[in-house]
Design a protein around this ligand. Structure first.
Ligand code: DGP
Length: 211
């Protein structure tokens, strides 16, 4: 019993939301805050464009190649699976993971394409570690537009992004916290730091669940 209590696992904290909602900025700030507090934390970002699969995804997103829609869905999932062993190892050894996009992006983006059912889209990610907290950053279209125009990557179109946000709504469960991202970087950070700190304290004794 005493030994079990000493083995504090890390928390899995995921950021989801539309493009331009500030996920990457907030992930970076959260990592820095935890590091300064002496916590064991590590950042993951999906898609991870550094692996062989990640490079295929990078070329696809930059429209340097075409990949059939089902195939690319499976590649995005494979890109998460290739990181799964390392993620589990870190979580079990007490490191908290901050993850910039995860399986929910996988589902929300593919299901925004014609002919894709949410249930089909969920299948390849079944078995990945389940997040303890999903920070879902929302930003209305007007506020998003103020943050500049979309770059040239595939999916960066307002009509497509609306469908994506609509799909995220269908994926929410009790681990999701919807956060209005239309505020200053520092105010948003404080809100997120609070949520993340509470989550880290509460999950320590719970087993890591699976999607
Ligand atoms: P980012 O590097 O966070 O800007 O993500 C790149 C783009 O890829 C962005 O438009 C979101 C999209 N995306 C992220 N994960 C997935 C996924 O698993 N499947 C699909 N189809 N798109 C994804």
């Amino acid at each position: 019993q005493a030994r079990l209590c000493a083995m504090k696992r890390g928390a899995l904290i995921v950021f989801e939301g539309g493009d331009h909602s500030g996920k990457t900025t907030q992930c970076t700030k959260l990592i820095h805050a935890f590091e300064s507090a002496g916590e064991k934390v590590k950042l993951f970002k999906f898609p991870d464009r550094t692996s062989t699969i990640g490079q295929m995804i990078n070329n696809y997103l930059g429209s340097k190649c075409e990949i059939e829609d089902h195939s690319v869905h499976l590649l995005f999932s494979a890109n998460r699976w290739e990181k799964q062993p390392r993620m589990m190892e870190l979580l079990e050894s007490g490191t908290t993971l901050i993850v910039d996009r995860y399986a929910f992006s996988g589902v929300a983006f593919t299901a925004a394409k014609p002919g894709f059912a949410i249930e089909w889209c969920k299948q390849p990610d079944i078995g990945l570690p389940r997040p303890d907290l999903v920070c879902f950053l929302t930003l209305d279209t007007e506020a998003a537009a103020k943050r500049g125009t979309f770059g040239g990557e595939r999916y960066e179109r307002t009509d497509f992004q609306k469908k994506v946000m609509n799909n995220f709504e269908k994926l929410k469960d009790s681990t999701w916290k919807e956060i209005d991202a239309d505020k200053s970087i520092d105010d948003l950070h404080k809100e997120i730091l609070d949520l993340a700190t509470t989550t880290m304290a509460s999950v320590a004794q719970n087993p890591i669940e699976k999607l």
